[in-house]
Design a protein around this ligand. Structure first.
Ligand SMILES: *[C@@H]1O[C@H](CO)[C@@H](O)[C@H](O)[C@H]1NC(C)=O
Ligand SMILES: *[C@@H]1O[C@H](CO)[C@@H](O)[C@H](O)[C@H]1NC(C)=O
Ligand SMILES: *[C@@H]1O[C@H](CO)[C@@H](O)[C@H](O)[C@H]1NC(C)=O
Ligand SMILES: *[C@@H]1O[C@H](CO)[C@@H](O)[C@H](O)[C@H]1NC(C)=O
Length: 272
């Protein structure tokens, strides 16, 4: 027990000593929540060395336009319009030795959207439905529902049951349905992303085509070829007798005489 007291006292001393000399950045605001615009600012006291410049980062990426070679201990970054693309964690960074920085969370409305509103798959094949999320923070929990009947009643889809497989990361969830069945799987689905404070959803329509339907383009071509061949065949068959008659009536007569005279010529030349 005595030992613990001693340790606590020592830690407290160390903490106090640090607090006196440690660089301190006061950010304003501490965090941005559900605002359409904001001015982020950082105020550095007790810099560990002279400051050569400062800049801002968003989600770990340097914002080039915010770079400044200045010894100032104060910097601000203006977010003129905050939407789900501009949410995230912003850091102000002071180029001292060592570098010091402070984070400001810029929270936005939750945003969930279907990657494609309408998907299709072939019977007995698999269907893949995808929803993504932007904004900050991202959903901590994803769920999928099938919407049944006229009233669109929600039926939760459980991962790993039946033919369903759900894979989720914070910014993306994928529902895979194996061995698609026209009657059972065709219809509307709902992806649902939830955070501590709110949630959002989107819907996807899945069409399931019969395997025959998948063959239709091919069958169409085959049918076309068959019809074409038949037409050509019938046409030829009907036309042939006429053509033969035509030839005998007129076209062949001069030919015959020509051939005869030619033969005469040849014979004459031979006899000479
Ligand atoms: C965000 O602000 C809007 C109005 O600006 C308000 O309607 C909405 O309820 C707020 N949402 C949260 C989660 O505070
Ligand atoms: C920064 O913080 C210091 C000490 O807290 C204060 O005196 C100063 O006015 C602040 N500067 C700005 C620009 O907010
Ligand atoms: C669903 O189950 C699969 C395998 O059983 C697993 O890899 C995956 O992480 C699970 N997804 C969720 C959202 O729990
Ligand atoms: C989702 O996050 C990963 C890293 O966590 C990133 O590589 C990917 O681009 C993000 N996808 C979307 C759609 O934002």
């Amino acid at each position: 027990m005595k030992y613990l007291w001693g340790l606590s006292a020592l830690l407290l001393c160390l903490y106090r000593a640090d607090a006196l000399t440690d660089p301190l950045i006061v950010s304003s605001p501490m965090e941005v929540n559900n605002q359409t615009s904001a001015i982020l600012s950082c105020n550095l006291t007790n810099p560990p060395s002279t400051v050569k410049g400062h800049y801002w980062m968003r989600n770990g990426n340097v914002i080039e336009s915010s770079k400044q070679d200045s010894a100032a201990l104060y910097t601000e970054y203006i977010l003129a319009k905050i939407d789900f693309h501009s949410g995230g964690v912003y850091d102000c960074v002071f180029l001292s030795d060592p570098v010091v920085k402070k984070s400001i969370a810029v929270k936005t409305a939750i945003h969930v959207s279907a990657y494609k509103r309408s998907e299709h798959g072939n019977e007995q094949d698999k269907g893949v439905l995808v929803c993504v999320s932007h904004g900050y923070p991202l959903p901590t929990d994803w769920k999928w529902y099938k919407l049944e009947g006229e009233e669109m009643l929600k039926t939760a889809i459980t991962n790993g049951t039946d033919r369903y497989e759900i894979k989720s990361t914070p910014n993306r969830t994928t529902l895979t349905i194996n061995d698609l069945d026209i009657a059972m799987d065709m219809g509307d689905y709902m992806c649902y992303g939830a955070r501590e404070v709110d949630s959002a959803f989107d819907k996807i329509h899945l069409r399931v085509r019969s395997r025959l339907a998948a063959l239709w383009p091919f069958l169409g071509i085959v049918a076309e070829v068959i019809i074409l061949v038949s037409i050509i065949f019938i046409y030829e068959k009907r036309r042939k007798p006429d053509e033969i008659n035509d030839d005998e009536d007129s076209g062949s007569a001069p030919l015959k005489s020509n051939a005869a005279t030619n033969h005469k010529d040849v014979r004459q030349r031979n006899s000479n």
